[in-house]
Design a binder for this molecule. Sequence first.
Ligand code: S3P
Length: 195
Amino acid sequence: MSSPRYPLNTNNRPIALVGLMGCGKSTVGKELSRQTGMPLLDMDTVIEEQIGKSIPEIFSECGEAHFRALETALLRYLAERRYDGERKPPIISTGGGVVMREENRRLLRQLGFVVWLNADVRTLLQRTARSSHRPLLRNADPEGTLRRLLAERAPAYAATAHYSLDCTRTNAFATARRVCKAAARYFAALRRSAH
Ligand code: S3P
C-alpha cells in the first residue's frame, strides 16, 4: 500500500463503522483505509470466508440467529486482539444489524472509535437497489423494510456510536475526512485524560 495521505494516531485501536444497509460503510471504509493506511476488515466478508458460504446462503441454510451468533463471536475475537507492532488496527465495516445485541454494542465501544453513518431512506434505497446479496431486502417492499429498520435501529446506532454523521449528500472522500478529524479529536482527548 502507498504511504497514507493522512496518518492517524488511534492509540492502536480500530475504527468501526455502523449504520443501515446502503449507508456507505464499505465505500467509506475503503476510502478511510486509503487515507489512513489502516487495513479494512469487512465483517460480512470475514464471516463468509470463515463459513465458506455467502450471507444469503448463511441466512437461508443456517438462519438469521446463527448469523447473529457468528457476528458476536467475531466481535469478541476482534475485541481481545492487541493491535501493535506488526498488526495494525483495522477500519471495521460492520453488518447493518450488529448493534441490535447489547453485547455487540458493548464490544464495539470497547474496541475503539465507533462511527454511525446515517443517510435518508431514499439514498439507502438507491444504494441498495442494484445488489441482490441482502436477504433482508429480498421482498416486495424494500423501501418499507428500510424505513422500519431505520426506526427500530436508530436508537441502537446512536447508543453505540461516539460520532454520527449524515452522509446523504456527501461523497466518500469528504465523509472519510470528517471521520478522520473526529477520530483524531477523540483519541487525542483519550491521551490527554490518561495523563
Ligand atoms: C444486515 C446487513 C448486511 C448483512 C446482513 C444483515 C442487516 O450488511 O450483515 O445481510 O441486518 O442490516 P450490510 O449492512 O453491509 O449490507
